[in-house]
Design a protein around this ligand. Structure first.
Ligand SMILES: [Zn+2]
Length: 270
């Protein structure tokens, strides 16, 4: 089936023309019709979602003091072995953004979906826990949590971000509890995410670049199983052409509109 692609990149522009407002309303109506009979919705979110809360993406964070570094210098187990203090300093700089950040209207709309649909599962590539802060109760964080630490030697459990000595092995090996470049995702979490997508009646993909495999494989499952998915993204991603509906907007703009429309539509059906 061909995607219904509506080019609405003008959303962020102040003062929409009447015809543009109508187009936007049509996109939101199409999304709410697709979702209104869903029993189980998986929402898959990426860095674009957090950017609207003031958290720079990894690439965007490489500026100022950090502009001459590449990911291999800052976010790999080898970089940490070579220079743990540099890696810790970089993550402390990134943690400052996360500590100051608040959930945006998109996070809040996703949390509100739990009062509309029987089941809502959030699968996220973000490490800031803003979905939980917004009130989402069923979150699979594929890439970890930036504010805590874990042992680079593989000891189990997580520790406060301020600790550097592992309480299990006693080495100075505590590192940010995030998945680094070249590291595998937790196979149990990936399996849970795959099962959730396979059983979903709709998939909402929000603010992902689409470049990060194997998480992006979740979209492939939806495509293979014919599960309709809606993508909300200011720019096209590799998934966009497979989407049932592509809405070129941001989460904080589009999600509150869509969720309130679905709520009204479901009320009307009852
Ligand atoms: Zn340890």
């Amino acid at each position: 089936m061909l995607p219904i692609t509506l080019f609405l990149g003008f959303f962020q522009a102040a003062g929409l023309a009447k015809s543009d407002r109508l187009l936007a309303a049509k996109a939101f109506d199409s999304a709410s019709s697709l979702l209104s009979r869903a029993e189980s919705v998986v929402v898959f979110t990426g860095a674009g979602m957090s950017k609207e809360s003031g958290i720079p993406t990894f690439r965007d964070a490489l500026e100022g003091l950090w502009e001459n570094f590449c990911p291999e210098d800052l976010a790999t187990p080898e970089a940490f072995e070579r220079d743990p203090q540099r890696v810790r300093d970089f993550y402390e700089y990134r943690r400052e953004f996360v500590r100051k950040a608040k959930p945006n209207a998109g996070h809040l709309a996703i949390a509100a979906m739990e009062s509309i649909f029987p089941e809502v599962i959030v699968v996220t590539q973000n490490v800031d826990c803003l979905h939980e802060a917004a009130g989402s109760t069923n979150v699979i964080g594929l890439h970890g949590e930036i504010l805590s630490n874990c042992c680079n030697r593989g000891c189990p459990g997580t520790q406060p971000g301020s600790m550097t000595t592992c309480p299990t092995c006693g080495s100075d090996s505590l590192r940010p509890n995030v998945v680094w470049f070249g590291e595998p995702l937790d196979p149990i979490l990936m399996k849970r995410a795959r099962i959730c997508v396979s059983c979903a009646s709709a998939l909402l993909v929000v603010g992902t670049s689409g470049a990060v495999y194997p998480a992006a494989g979740l979209v492939d499952i939806a495509v293979e199983k014919g599960i309709p998915f809606i993508e909300i993204n200011p720019n096209k991603s590799p998934f966009s052409d497979h989407a049932k509906l592509f809405i070129p907007s941001t989460a904080a703009v589009a999600l509150p509109e869509i969720v309130s429309r679905v709520g009204r539509e479901i009320e009307a059906l009852e």
